[in-house]
Design a protein around this ligand. Structure first.
Ligand SMILES: [Zn+2]
Length: 322
């Protein structure tokens, strides 16, 4: 989207446009998804650049939504935000960096299973303001990864509204994924729960459009063949299949990978069909398929509820642990 002069009117127009774009359905969860994605990927958010005040604004919005959903804070000082600062490795070498993660927790109620954690994650940031393409300098990141943030928020709302799960569920929104995963690295060094207690991590990345390489209502799971998590989720109703783009090495390309390297069964749910708007200013609201996104999120509610109430512990397939 083309950068608008920021005034209250512009913000309201962005919100209005975001909420009005999909007109086909009058169902509250559909409108919620569309409105929320419209805000996070609006020009007012300036593309949520890694480590910028815009990324902090996205973090603050998400924290507020978690609070309204009844998810407890698990960030710093009794809040949802985990402040991330220090010197981090970048492609060009070590650099001082400041970003934020957002962390919330829904405590499990089963005396045995509540010490086991299901971790649901997405990333807050995108590329911010950059080189203009066709006069547009805002890299909105509607699919990457506002769609994943909305999915995790919707799962948080659904899980919090129902009977408390047996296991504990932690919801984390990482800052600065696009610059190399600095938020994720800090999270691993300062985890809100012992890393050993995390039985599975599902990262949600780019579910805003269907992938023509799989069936219209299917999602894929990176590293599907590496663990028994995908097949078990599929048995419990998830429409997840193997990643049809193994040559892209997506398993290694998102925040799940750093967790997987710690031994946690950590994989990414996506339906990225290698569209040409990836990492372009045109990854915007106009290119989101809301029907696909709503059914994608909806299809995962049951399987995630099952995982949060099960004693099934996913395991790596022999020789496939990274
Ligand atoms: Zn991403």
């Amino acid at each position: 989207m083309i950068r608008a002069k920021i005034s209250l009117a512009a913000i309201l127009i962005c919100l209005f446009a975001g909420a009005q774009q999909p007109q086909a359905k009058h169902d509250p969860s559909f409108q919620h998804i569309a409105g929320e994605l419209g805000f996070l990927s609006s020009d007012a958010m300036h593309g949520r650049g890694s480590g910028t005040p815009d990324e902090l604004l996205a973090a603050t919005y998400i924290a507020s939504e978690l609070m309204q959903a009844g998810i407890a804070p698990a960030g710093d000082n009794g809040g949802y935000i985990q402040d991330v600062s220090g010197t981090f490795p970048f492609r060009t070498g070590p650099k001082a960096w400041h970003t934020r993660n957002v962390i919330g927790v829904l405590r499990g109620h089963d005396p045995k299973l509540r010490d086991e954690v299901v971790l649901l994650t997405a990333h807050l940031d995108h590329l911010g303001i950059g080189k203009p393409v066709n006069g547009d300098e805002i890299y909105n990141g509607a699919d990457d990864d506002a769609s994943g943030c909305v999915a995790v928020l919707q799962l948080a709302r659904t899980l919090a509204a129902g009977k408390p799960p047996k296991r504990t569920v932690v919801f984390t929104f990482f800052g600065s994924e696009e610059t190399g995963g600095q938020g994720n690295q800090y999270f691993l060094e300062h985890p809100p729960v012992p890393l050993k207690s995390i039985v599975a991590n599902l990262e949600f990345e780019m579910i805003g459009r269907p992938d023509p390489m799989v069936k219209a209502d299917e999602l894929w799971l990176t590293g599907f063949e590496r663990s028994n998590l995908g097949p078990e989720l599929a048995k419990h109703g998830a429409k997840v299949v193997a990643d049809p783009h193994p040559e892209q090495h997506f398993f290694q390309r998102s925040d799940n990978f750093a967790l997987a390297k710690q031994g946690i069964v950590a994989q990414t749910v996506s339906s990225f069909g290698l569209h040409k708007d990836y990492h372009q200013p045109s990854d915007d609201l106009a290119h989101i398929d809301f029907h696909h996104m709503e059914s994608a999120i909806q299809s995962l509610v049951g399987p995630v509820q099952w995982l949060a109430n099960s004693d099934f512990k996913p395991e790596w397939v022999a020789g496939k642990k990274p």
